[in-house]
Design a protein around this ligand. Structure first.
Ligand SMILES: NC(=O)c1ccc[n+]([C@@H]2O[C@H](COP(=O)([O-])OP(=O)(O)OC[C@H]3O[C@@H](n4cnc5c(N)ncnc54)[C@H](O)[C@@H]3O)[C@@H](O)[C@H]2O)c1
Length: 340
């Protein structure tokens, strides 16, 4: 049994606490820490059998009984906390993105190497049964030579403006999952990005310096082209679809719903909406990603989502941001050159 500490008890800290306690066999959450811990979170932790809830994350870092730390704090804390936990001899699972600053990501990756500890980044969609089915079909050669990859990724509602302000922008916060999906589904690397962005959901998002709607096209090093469409709000729920089209066929997934019941009547045919948001749609994917992280620790095998998988989508996100600002295609090579 691996004892886990969770640093950060916001939305995603709650998701991991819940999914580990209910679905992960070989791990238990010993402690959860958040400087803004409130009574509701203390009660929630108790109800899940979590031994300790504290305002001081050092109680996790300094606990010799805790082997692995999940970093679920706000993004600006990820690289600092990753380094601290690794240097204290913990295996680390870090939520996406590792950082907005590539130099800080590189620092983390250096410490991962020197520590010899496991490091996994929270790209949960890789563990979703639907996305994995596409990846498996592509890997088995069923679609032949890849030509077009399409990803639709729309949230049901935007996050708070306070969250938007520290999120690093839509590309590093939201689309980063889709950039990871393009790499995961294709097994290829992105070479060039062209993005168009607009504010169609909430002018406050625009005032905070961000966009809430985007179309991104990506050229891959295997010759395929990928297209991602994003929106921070979709009135019918969490819209998460993808397809890979190639010379031998096309593999596509649709949304998951609470049931597949369809009502047919004289005015038409009505099916269930997609599941509401990430908590509902990806609960089992969150459990499976931690299962996989724990297996890597127990069996001393590489993590399924490594530090480089954390870095590449950040570079793609930076290229997308620059593309919108300068209204032109931007290569990943150009971004790498800039950060040298
Ligand atoms: N993989 C996913 O599907 C997914 C989904 C949501 C969020 N996230 C990522 O998780 C991170 C948190 O997002 P969220 O939506 O939970 O945000 P949130 O604002 O709900 O929660 C963040 C929490 O971190 C706490 N915190 C800040 N500094 C801390 C510190 N030093 N020690 C301990 N706790 C600290 C805050 O008090 C807050 O409670 C972000 O990086 C986000 O990108 C990932």
């Amino acid at each position: 049994m691996i004892n886990v500490g969770i640093i950060g008890a916001g939305r995603i800290g709650h998701v991991h606490g819940e999914s580990i306690s209910k679905f992960v066999k070989n791990a238990r959450v010993k402690t959860i820490a958040d400087p803004f811990l409130n009574d509701a979170t203390i009660e929630w932790a108790k109800s899940l059998g979590i031994e300790k809830a504290t305002k001081d994350y050092k109680e996790i870092i300094n606990d010799p009984d805790i082997q692995a730390v999940l970093i679920c704090a706000s993004t600006d804390q990820h690289s600092k906390l990753s380094i601290e936990a690794l240097q204290a001899g913990k295996h680390v699972f870090c939520e996406k993105p590792i950082d907005h600053d590539v130099a800080k990501i590189m620092e983390v990756l250096d410490v991962v190497k020197s520590s010899g500890k496991k490091y996994q980044v929270g790209f949960n969609r890789r563990f979703d049964h639907n996305f994995r089915a596409i990846r498996d079909a592509v890997k088995a050669g069923k679609v032949g030579k890849q030509q077009i990859i399409k990803i639709t990724s729309r949230d049901p509602e935007p996050p708070s403006i306070d969250y938007v302000k520290v999120s690093g922008g839509i590309f590093l916060d939201m689309t980063i999952h889709d950039f990871d999906m393009v790499r995961y589904l294709s097994g290829a690397e992105v070479e060039e990005v062209y993005a168009e962005g607009s504010v169609t959901v909430d002018p406050e998002i625009g005032k905070a310096g961000d966009i809430d709607t985007a179309i991104i096209t990506l050229k891959l090093d295997n010759g395929a082209t990928a297209v991602i469409d994003n929106c921070r709000a979709a009135c019918y729920g969490y819209d998460q679809r993808a397809e890979v089209f190639g010379t031998k066929g096309c593999v596509a997934i649709s949304n998951d719903s609470d049931s597949n019941a369809v009502f047919s009547g004289e005015n038409g045919v009505v099916a269930e909406k997609p599941m509401f948001f990430f908590l509902q749609r990806y609960m089992m994917a969150y459990a499976k990603e931690i299962d996989s992280f724990v297996e890597a620790i127990v069996n001393d095998t590489p993590t399924e989502v490594n530090g480089n998988d954390g870095l590449e989508p950040v570079l793609i996100g930076m290229a997308a941001k620059k593309s919108v600002a300068e209204h032109r295609p931007v290569t990943i090579a150009e971004i790498r050159q800039e950060i040298k």
